[in-house]
Design a protein around this ligand. Structure first.
Ligand SMILES: Cc1ncc(COP(=O)(O)O)c(C=O)c1O
Length: 346
């Protein structure tokens, strides 16, 4: 039985050829030994320039090259003490909560507002902050909601972080995949440069998920803490992978622009198709290649996704995990539909 799968968050485009060539070239040149644990200097310099362009006072000392997922894990390991609280968006990417648990922290989930780009509900967020709050994990553009937070949403978080002295781990993995509005790094808001650990990735923007390369941008002391986690675990990222990443950043960007245009066309199709179905509402996601729709029937999203596989042979990711459905049904959330691999949705 053929099933159309919309469940995996990876671009279906090949990695740009000049990126592949740069890595092959590096292999041929013998770049097959250990690299510096922080990452190769030209790549760190190129990434620091991205943040300088946004007005941050960052140099290569503020950048560490690692896998985005590992960067989030290492940031939590280095900052969270047992029992400290980490605020998470709800819904959020599946790995945040296990990462908080592995750091012996306590995950505190705060509901998002579908009418406001899936930003935190302000009252719920204020209620969640207390003296044990150590970190808030922010994800914009967001998986799975597709929300792109505006300045006023970020300002609320920044003001709370400054007043209550907690850190923000800003997951900006999807920063290049924006259709409406603009991506804003929370580190650029007043008082935030010193309390934000920004994580980003080559995986989605440059269609390089198998390369396992991304970075952390943060104040030097935090980079040094994360460096220690990296030194005693991964050691470094492969030098030829970093050569490819450098080519991605410094080479032509038209490939990326074309990919985003294609995602946008698919998004429009998905928005139109879903909104034409009885009971289904999807506000157009402003970024990422995910769509998180509301289904206006009392059906747990696990049941809905199972029915869709059986009857329509379409696989979606359930929007609300089993066991957490009843108390949430009243909220305008729904199932999650992931359309990145939708080469079938042309
Ligand atoms: C929100 C979010 N953050 C981080 C990652 C991890 O990115 P990478 O695969 O580059 O480590 C993903 C991957 O799906 C993601 O969706």
């Amino acid at each position: 039985m053929d099933v159309l799968s919309f469940t995996i968050g990876e671009p279906d485009f090949p990695t740009p050829p000049h990126v592949v060539e740069a890595a092959i070239e590096a292999l041929r040149e013998g770049k097959t030994k250990y690299a510096p644990s922080r990452g190769i200097l030209p790549l760190r310099e190129a990434i620091s320039r991205l943040y300088q362009e946004r007005g941050l006072d960052f140099t290569e000392k503020n950048i560490l090259i690692t896998t985005a997922k590992f960067a989030l894990y290492a940031a939590l390991q280095s900052l969270v003490d047992p029992g400290e609280e980490v605020i998470l968006p709800d819904p959020c990417w599946v790995s945040y909560e296990p990462m908080v648990m592995m750091a012996s922290g306590r995950a505190v989930k705060v509901r998002l507002d579908p009418l406001e780009e899936f930003s935190f509900l302000p009252e719920k967020l204020k209620e969640a902050v207390n003296s044990r709050t150590r970190i808030l994990i922010l994800n914009t553009p967001a998986n799975p909601t597709g929300g792109v937070l505006r300045r006023e949403h970020l300002k609320l978080i920044a003001d709370l972080a400054v007043d209550h002295d907690f850190y923000v781990v800003a997951d900006e993995t999807y920063e290049k995949i924006v259709y409406e509005g603009e991506h804003i790094s929370i580190a650029t808001l007043p008082g935030m440069e010193e309390r934000t650990i920004t994580v980003s990735s080559f995986s989605k923007s440059y269609s390089m998920p198998g390369w396992r390369v991304g970075w952390v941008a943060a104040p030097e002391e935090h980079i040094n803490d994360i460096l220690r986690v990296q030194q005693h675990t991964l050691t470094c990222l492969p030098p030829f992978v970093q050569a490819g990443a450098l080519a991605a950043l410094e080479g032509p960007q038209d490939y990326l622009n074309e990919m985003v245009k294609a995602f946008r066309r698919r998004r429009d199709k998905v928005v139109e198709g879903l909104n034409n179905m009885p009971g289904v509402t999807l506000r157009p996601p402003h970024g990422t290649f995910y769509a998180f729709f509301h289904y206006d029937q009392p059906v747990p999203s696990m049941d809905l996704t199972e029915t869709l596989i059986e009857k329509a042979r379409v696989a979606l990711t359930p929007g609300i995990p089993p066991g957490q459905w009843e108390d949430r049904y009243k909220a305008p959330l729904g199932g999650g539909i992931y359309y990145s691999v939708s080469n079938k949705v042309h």
